[in-house]
Design a binder for this molecule. Structure first.
Ligand SMILES: *[C@@H]1O[C@H](CO)[C@@H](O)[C@H](O)[C@H]1NC(C)=O
Ligand SMILES: *[C@@H]1O[C@H](CO)[C@@H](O)[C@H](O)[C@H]1NC(C)=O
Ligand SMILES: *[C@@H]1O[C@H](CO)[C@@H](O)[C@H](O)[C@H]1NC(C)=O
Ligand SMILES: *[C@@H]1O[C@H](CO)[C@@H](O)[C@H](O)[C@H]1NC(C)=O
Ligand SMILES: *[C@@H]1O[C@H](CO)[C@@H](O)[C@H](O)[C@H]1NC(C)=O
Ligand SMILES: *[C@@H]1O[C@H](CO)[C@@H](O)[C@H](O)[C@H]1NC(C)=O
Ligand SMILES: *[C@@H]1O[C@H](CO)[C@@H](O)[C@H](O)[C@H]1NC(C)=O
Ligand SMILES: *[C@@H]1O[C@H](CO)[C@@H](O)[C@H](O)[C@H]1NC(C)=O
Ligand SMILES: *[C@@H]1O[C@H](CO)[C@@H](O)[C@H](O)[C@H]1NC(C)=O
Ligand SMILES: *[C@@H]1O[C@H](CO)[C@@H](O)[C@H](O)[C@H]1NC(C)=O
Length: 573
């Protein structure tokens, strides 16, 4: 007869072997491309759904929100910052590293809260006007209009998160930038008004790494666990933790920090840090973090800082153990979809191709991005004079604009999507008959106003006769590192007046190739550029189209159609 003890042992054995058999595989990154500083929550009250928010810097719409019911199929459900009236000042930030930094998303009181910072990186660290700290809230994150306008609060710092203690009092934890900081600070705040109810108190100085930032506090087993990022967002990036019996500290550092980092490894996945953890309905813990697929050489990472996920085991009374980040992470079984249908994955987070025809009945997708606020008059979907196209009227400013500064009230005629695959083909058809000097329309691989590779059709004086203006194909770049030599060639006579196809192809880890041809005909390579030109800083490459008069006043629009983003390969190791 089986004793009850051995029966229990057998059940335990079956459970664990089943658990092992049912281990899932996380394919990283879960949000490929420019989705840094992830913050995620599990919301049982909203039909067992996971929601995540990411940084967007100067991109608009900003603060992308993803949702999933099974941690495998994710959908970009919208953007928390989707109307200029919510935060007019994004129009005026200077520098490429400005804009929305590190939102934290939380659910409390039947409301979604996103707390973040609009940074104007041109101003001194100690200048309060450099850090515009803000709170957005929504009842229905699927509805763009549900997201509130920004409520501002005073903090000379960044990376804020809301935290509600067991007594219901609301706090904000953040990185403070004054003096020789950053430090992790905390204040009690009225989240509805932004009014500070206490001073900011330093609660942790980190473990000695550069820039302790991105704090998140979790209350578990009578402890307040404080998680932060340290080491800066480059290859020394790491996740460290401390804990206290009291919310206000003192916080004691964990003796085995960092809890997560790929520093000093040879992994393709580097710069792992800026994490957030959450628990599913089966009580399994998970973590998201940012990572760059750069390898330790850290030279080629055009997609910038992407969102990765891993499994976390968190025994009672102990610090959590994170499975290190790699391209394929063996993890707990994914939570099954609940009674409700799973959230269908969208093409932007899969290997599905994206083919857009810009028909009158289809709005631009939620993942389409401008740089700061667009001038709405400069964009038209399926205009009457050219149905099934996207009309871009030229901005005076080109993609370089004022050296990374804001484009002024005329905006920048640029629209794009993220590069989300290591290898891909991107192409678009263009109808464009420039009539004035320097009118230009084309395609770009754009990281910031100071980092981009462009190929456009531009009206320039003829080489043979400088008083005659003829359309040229121009390939040129802008970066802090050397850019490929400019290429300027006249559009062949037999191509004049025809629809052209402009394309960007990436067939290896290191280069972009720009080409053009008559629609349906042969494709000619115009320029090749190394992707180190767009491997820099905080953002990730956007692939898109632009129209500009290069400051010369022209108004001839370009008509773009037949937009095709074709994923070819995703490098995971
Ligand atoms: C941004 O820079 C421009 C000039 O480069 C300046 O005129 C403007 O005042 C600056 N704006 C802000 C908000 O700092
Ligand atoms: C922030 O500080 C400024 C200057 O001290 C003050 O005028 C303003 O009312 C404060 N804002 C909030 C939301 O407390
Ligand atoms: C953090 O560092 C500051 C400045 O060195 C010091 O005044 C403060 O006591 C430290 N705080 C903690 C919580 O360790
Ligand atoms: C990486 O190596 C350097 C040099 O040995 C060391 O100082 C640093 O702590 C290491 N970083 C991590 C996260 O292990
Ligand atoms: C299953 O996933 C858990 C959580 O990541 C991990 O601890 C365990 O080693 C995995 N098991 C296998 C067989 O890979
Ligand atoms: C399914 O999800 C929708 C949207 O979140 C919700 O309104 C509905 O109540 C859910 N249905 C069930 C059966 O949970
Ligand atoms: C256009 O781009 C060039 C090269 O990047 C830059 O030097 C110039 O200032 C820009 N002009 C305008 C009007 O944006
Ligand atoms: C140069 O171009 C102008 C403008 O198109 C034209 O009027 C002129 O005849 C041309 N000159 C020659 C030598 O072809
Ligand atoms: C990568 O592709 C570009 C053309 O797109 C080519 O010039 C370059 O030589 C290739 N690099 C390698 C290592 O194959
Ligand atoms: C991408 O372009 C290459 C080169 O023209 C071509 O061989 C390949 O079939 C294309 N792949 C897709 C998925 O469009």
């Amino acid at each position: 007869m089986l004793s009850s003890l051995s029966l229990l042992g057998l059940i335990a054995y079956m459970f664990f072997s089943l658990g092992h058999a049912a281990n899932s595989t996380i394919y990283n990154p879960i949000f490929p491309g420019f989705y840094p500083d992830p913050s995620c929550i599990f919301v049982p009250e909203k039909d067992n759904t996971f929601f995540c928010a990411s940084s967007s810097f100067n991109a608009f719409p900003g603060i992308p929100i993803h949702a999933s019911k099974d941690l495998q199929n994710w959908k970009l459900i919208g953007n928390a910052l989707n109307r200029k009236e919510q935060l007019p000042r994004l129009a005026e930030t200077n520098r490429s590293t400005s804009g929305i930094w590190a939102p934290t998303i939380r659910f409390h009181d039947d409301t979604f809260w996103v707390v973040t910072t609009l940074v104007d990186d041109d101003r001194p660290q100690a200048d309060p006007s450099r850090w515009d700290n803000i709170i957005f809230k929504a009842k229905d994150p699927y509805d763009p209009a549900s997201w509130s306008i920004a409520t501002h609060f005073n903090l000379t710092g960044y990376d804020p998160e809301p935290f509600w203690d067991t007594d219901g009092k609301a706090y904000i934890n953040a990185a403070h930038a004054w003096q020789v900081g950053p430090y992790i600070v905390q204040a009690q705040v009225d989240l509805n008004t932004g009014k500070l109810l206490t001073d900011w108190n330093i609660i942790w100085n980190g473990t000695g790494g550069l820039a302790p930032e991105g704090p998140h506090i979790y209350h578990k087993d009578g402890w307040y666990y404080l998680l932060a990022a340290e080491g800066g967002t480059g290859v020394d990036h790491m996740v460290t933790m401390a804990r206290s019996k009291s919310l206000s500290g003192p916080f004691e550092s964990y003796e085995h920090n960092p809890v997560l980092s790929n520093a000093n490894t040879t992994s393709l996945f580097q710069t792992v840090g800026h994490s957030d953890v959450f628990q599913d309905q089966n009580e399994n813990w998970w973590a998201v973090a940012l990572s760059t697929r750069s390898g330790p050489e850290y030279l080629h990472y055009p997609m910038g800082r992407e969102t990765v996920m891993t499994a976390v085991s968190w025994p009672a009374d102990q610090f959590p153990v994170f499975t290190p980040i790699s391209g394929e992470v063996s993890a707990w079984p994914f939570p099954g979809p609940s009674t409700n249908a799973t959230i269908s994955p969208d093409s932007v987070n899969s290997l599905a191709p994206e083919i857009l025809t810009f028909s009158a009945s289809t709005p631009l997708p939620a993942h389409f991005l401008h740089w700061r606020y667009p001038n709405p008059d400069h964009f038209a979907v399926s205009p009457p004079e050219h149905p099934n196209s996207l009309r871009l009227s030229p901005s005076n400013i080109n993609l370089t604009a004022l050296n990374g500064n804001y484009a002024g009230p005329g905006g920048q005629s640029f629209i794009s999507r993220r590069q989300q695959h290591t290898l891909f083909n991107f192409s678009v058809d263009l109808d464009f008959s420039p009539a004035q000097l320097e009118e230009e329309a084309g395609v770009t691989a754009f990281l910031t106003q100071n980092h981009h590779l462009d190929m456009g059709i531009v009206l320039l004086p003829s080489r043979e006769n400088s008083t005659a203006l003829v359309p040229h194909i121009r390939f040129r770049g802008e970066s802090y590192v050397p850019v490929p030599k400019e290429v300027v060639v006249p559009v062949p006579d037999e191509w004049r007046g025809k629809t052209l196809t402009l394309g960007i192809r990436v067939g290896n880890r290191t280069h972009f190739e720009f080409g053009v041809g008559v629609k349906g005909g042969q494709f000619t390579t115009v320029g090749v550029g190394g992707n180190e030109v767009v491997s820099w800083g905080f953002t990730g490459t956007l692939l898109g189209v632009y129209a500009t008069n290069n400051g010369k006043g022209g108004t001839t629009p370009g008509y773009f159609s037949n937009w095709r983003y074709m994923p070819v390969a995703q490098l995971r190791e």
